[in-house]
Write a new protein. Structure first.
Length: 174
């Protein structure tokens, strides 16, 4: 007997993991954090649970509850990092050109008032505005795919628009 397939929206959500775009440094940071959580931090939490158990009845033991909650949050973070690493696409600086703005590009712009700014376009996991902008941010999204000398219109979250002229494109990664 054939069963109806699960709801397509649910199925797509379970399978469709958003791509994580990382620089080589960002990838290493995630790997280092995962390693720390899986070794040192897990040991610390396990020790806290063991100590809390020694206080007696665990049904009324707040230290035990706190330690178990910390363990659950730790395991959730580990799972999140593992999923990010599985879905990661690493940007190779050697493959970046300076002909158009891509993730990994360092973009020099000038606004309509003459103010100059420099942004490095990175994946959302590594964004640290105002210098490192996400490729999903309004400015990052507007700049992607454009060439030196072009002017882009950026719609900002507050509803205003801003014009940015691309004055130089470089490689923003080592």
């Amino acid at each position: 007997m054939l069963r109806d397939p699960p709801d397509p929206a649910i199925r797509a959500g379970a399978i469709m993991q958003k791509d994580v775009i990382l620089t080589p440094e960002g990838l290493q940071k995630l790997k280092d954090e995962l390693e720390h959580l899986q070794t040192d931090k897990r040991r610390e939490v396990a020790e806290r649970i063991k100590e809390a158990r020694e206080f007696g009845d665990i049904s009324e033991n707040s230290e035990y509850d706190d330690a178990k909650n910390e363990q659950a949050m730790l395991e959730q973070r580990i799972a999140q990092l593992e999923e990010r690493l599985r879905a990661a696409t690493v940007i190779d600086a050697k493959e970046l050109g300076t002909d158009q703005v891509r993730v990994g590009s360092e973009v020099h712009v000038q606004d309509e008032k003459g103010k100059k700014q420099t942004f490095t376009i990175v994946g959302s996991a590594e964004a640290k505005p105002p210098e490192r902008l996400s490729n999903e941010s309004p400015v990052g999204k507007a700049l992607l795919g454009h060439k030196k000398g072009e002017t882009v219109e950026v719609s900002l979250p507050n509803g205003s628009k801003r014009s940015l002229k691309i004055t130089k494109i470089g490689v923003g990664l080592q």
